[in-house]
Design a binder for this molecule. Structure first.
Ligand code: NAD
Length: 247
């Protein structure tokens, strides 16, 4: 492998930060700097090739601004940003290459493509209702997950629906299910790393597309792969499908 890539890791003490440190060497990377809450990243940024952020939704803007000031590529792993945070981050990173994905696994990158293909095909095949479920460990702080948000965005694009079509859980006398609704169901518990299912239901048949993550290494390896890919790219916001050449 070529020269190891030098990484500054934000959120280094967290579950994902630790997973990245664990697999960095295998993935041709050196963790040249680690920062967590209360640390000062500006002292370390000059000595690295790429910054990876797996801290918290409200910490991403600060590290994004620092990357932009220092012209360093950024891999954004955090999820759960508010619309205001998303806009501010997008504004801040205009001059640098950024990989921004709600899920860095190969399987979910493919799931996204398959869900788009299935929705497009089933739009032409009579009435198919769509429901999305996701399950994560009891410590997860945002809901639905970033991965579920991406799946929902794809479904809304392909069905030409807006966010008011999303039905988060059901209870009481709900009435019959309208076609233009996408049910969203969030489960939390135990140590589940991340399960996502998109379910298409018609009269007499049902199709389920499911991904199950068994450990955090898949995200860590994907984020490091994204960091290697981002080095030297022109400014822009990229996804894992760009990194994996799945576009
Ligand atoms: P975690 O709570 O275990 O770790 C987060 C770490 O960030 C903690 O050590 C915390 O102290 C630190 N932190 C908080 N605020 C900070 C700040 N202002 N500056 C620097 N560090 C700060 O969480 P986790 O499970 O490791 O997940 C981290 C993020 O990554 C979450 O947003 C999660 O949803 C997301 N995530 C994304 C993917 C993906 O593939 N994109 C996969 C898993 C998790």
């Amino acid at each position: 492998m070529s020269q190891p890539i030098r990484i500054l890791l934000n959120g280094a003490k967290g579950r994902m930060g630790q997973a990245i440190i664990h697999v960095a060497n295998d993935e041709g990377a050196v963790i040249a700097g680690t920062v967590d809450q209360g640390d000062n990243a500006s002292k370390l940024i000059n000595d690295v090739d790429v910054v990876i952020d797996f801290s918290s939704h409200n910490a991403t803007l600060g590290i994004a601004q620092l990357c932009a000031q220092n012209k360093k590529p950024l891999v954004i792993g955090t999820t759960g940003h508010t619309p205001e945070e998303k806009n501010a981050i997008a504004d801040a990173i205009k001059g640098i290459p950024v990989v921004w994905a709600g899920n860095y696994s190969v399987g979910v990158t493919l799931l996204n493509a398959l869900v788009r293909q299935a929705t497009r095909a089933l739009n032409q095949a009579g009435r198919w209702d769509i429901e999305v479920t996701e399950m994560h460990h009891r410590h997860k702080k945002d809901a639905p997950s970033g991965t579920a948000d991406t799946l929902l965005k794809i479904l809304m694009e392909e069905r030409k629906l807006a966010t008011d079509a999303l039905k988060h859980g059901r209870s009481g006398i709900t009435g019959e299910r309208p076609l233009g609704e996408i049910g969203v169901h969030v489960l939390r518990g135990g140590d589940v790393v991340g399960d996502h299912t998109v379910l298409f239901a018609a009269e007499g048949e049902r199709l389920e597309l499911t991904h199950k993550a068994a450990n955090r290494e898949i995200f860590a390896r994907g984020a490091l792969r994204a960091a290697r890919w981002a080095k030297g790219k022109s400014a822009g916001i990229y996804g894992m499908n760009d990194v994996l050449g799945l576009k």
